[in-house]
Design a protein around this ligand. Structure first.
Ligand code: NAP
Length: 285
């Protein structure tokens, strides 16, 4: 069994991006990311802080907007319009979830697709569906990179994705399909889930339920990727996989924390770099 070290792989990617940023700077191009947070959700504040810090580490230009929880849709729209028109900003990220009175779908569609570094805009989602894309959604792209850099080829493999959300499950299934996996998507209405997971060569677990995937649901030698971020009964961070009991049965497994989580931010930075290169007409950094 091998534990896939997401921290190490994300550090490698960030280092590659840092070197590329230095080369791009010589051509007068500096990737720029704007991060917008509405409200004071502590987890979202941490995510936003980390994104700003990573921009600084890589040499990106960044702007941070922390708006009060009672911000109106009009105010948020006006900010997005301004950032859409700002040449120094190549990527715009509005931290989700938004307070209830704001419409997340509307906000996502307000961001120009070429600055939508989360790849949530319907235009980018459609491009992913047909396999012709500039940006990939960060978490599923992070999973694909972990598989790739661990030497795991999914071509022809039975891959089971647990969860069908628009931000993780569905795009994850599509990316695995693009790599020629045979993909099954499971959700809360799936019957005989364990029978399906037991046949998998690769399981990507993204349902948001602590330690849901147990050892009896996994066959020996399976690759298990855990996207979940939950708290266990003692308040300790844990994934969707019962790591302690599942890990010994697997060939590869990602831990939580230190698996998929660190990859999401690295992929966001990669998307911002891509957006900058396209906007500035630069082909190689
Ligand atoms: P979500 O929108 O709540 O979707 C959960 C999915 O799991 C739904 O499709 C749901 O099915 C399915 N599900 C729930 N209970 C199930 C069960 N008992 N059996 C089978 N399927 C079940 O969650 P999400 O946004 O995709 O996130 C999933 C997890 O990943 C969360 O823990 C989240 O915190 C984490 N996450 C991590 C990162 C990262 O960077 N590592 C990024 C994003 C999300 P239905 O569609 O039928 O309801």
């Amino acid at each position: 069994m091998e534990i896939i070290d997401g921290k190490k792989i994300s550090a490698q990617i960030k280092e590659e991006l840092r070197e590329k940023t230095a080369r791009l700077k010589e051509k007068g191009v500096v990737p720029g990311l704007a991060v917008v947070l509405v409200g004071d959700d502590p987890a979202s504040q941490t995510y936003v802080r980390n994104k700003k810090k990573t921009c600084d580490e890589l040499g990106y230009y960044s702007e941070e907007y922390i708006l009060p929880a009672d911000t109106t849709q009009e105010t948020l729209d006006a900010l997005i319009d301004r950032l859409n028109a700002e040449p120094k900003i190549h990527g715009i990220l509005v931290q989700l979830p938004l307070p209830r009175h704001l419409n997340a779908d509307h906000v996502i569609e307000r961001i120009l697709p070429q600055k939508d570094v989360d790849a949530f805009h319907p235009s980018n989602v459609g491009k992913i569906m047909i396999g012709k894309y500039d940006f990939l959604p960060c978490t599923p792209a992070g999973v694909m990179t972990l598989l790739d850099r661990s030497g795991i080829d999914v071509c022809g493999k039975k891959c089971v994705v647990l969860g069908r959300s628009n931000i993780v499950g569905k795009p994850q299934a599509m990316l695995l399909l693009h790599k020629n996996a045979t993909v099954t998507i499971c959700h809360s209405k799936t019957k005989d889930l364990a029978e399906i997971t037991k046949q998998a060569d690769v399981i990507v677990c993204a349902i948001g339920k602590a330690k849901f995937l147990t050892a009896d649901m996994v066959s020996p030698g399976t690759v298990v990727i855990d996207v979940g971020i939950n708290r266990d009964e003692n308040g300790k961070l844990c994934g969707d996989v019962d790591f302690e009991n599942v890990a010994p049965k697997t060939s590869f497994i990602t831990p939580v924390p230190g698996g998929v989580g660190p990859m999401t931010i690295a992929m966001l930075m990669k998307n911002t770099m891509t957006a900058a290169m396209i906007a500035e007409g630069v082909s190689e950094g």
